[in-house]
Design a protein around this ligand. Structure first.
Ligand code: SF4
Ligand code: SF4
Length: 123
């Protein structure tokens, strides 16, 4: 079961997870052209080896350890993680579209500072 990045990454996007991932499955990296435009980062579910290294590295608790453990309010972002492919403009656009829809659907969460957003997921 792959790990999933959720909305506390929006507004944080510091790449701390990228630096610790042993299989380079989190994108876009800072050296990829999509980085500047990406609203958040994504974990490629087929490449993630479930090592767990990214979870303690994330300063805002944005990463859940499986789609099942991802809170209801964040479920749409599972697909965004799965769709995103660095270097594939169509896939990037689709993933970003899902994220924009998520933001529009959850103004309550978006109003919470990123560092406190994960705590609000359970409410
Ligand atoms: S669980 Fe491990 S392999 Fe998967 S994204 Fe996190 S650091 Fe990378
Ligand atoms: S460490 Fe967390 S906030 Fe930073 S880029 Fe990764 S998922 Fe996003």
């Amino acid at each position: 079961m792959p790990f999933v990045i959720t909305d506390p990454c929006i507004g944080t996007k510091d790449s701390a997870c990228v630096d610790v991932c042993p299989v380079d499955c989190i994108h876009p990296r800072k050296d990829e052209p999509e980085f500047a435009q990406a609203t958040m980062l994504y974990i490629h579910p087929d490449e993630c080896i479930d090592c767990g290294a990214c979870v303690p590295a994330c300063p805002v608790a944005a990463i859940y350890d499986s789609p099942d453990s991802t809170p209801a309010s964040q479920k749409a972002l599972i697909e965004a993680n799965a769709i995103y492919r660095a270097g594939d403009a169509g896939a990037v656009a689709k993933a970003e579209e899902i994220v924009k829809s998520h933001e529009a659907a959850h103004p309550d969460l978006m109003a919470v500072p990123p560092a406190e957003r994960a705590a609000a997921h359970a409410k």
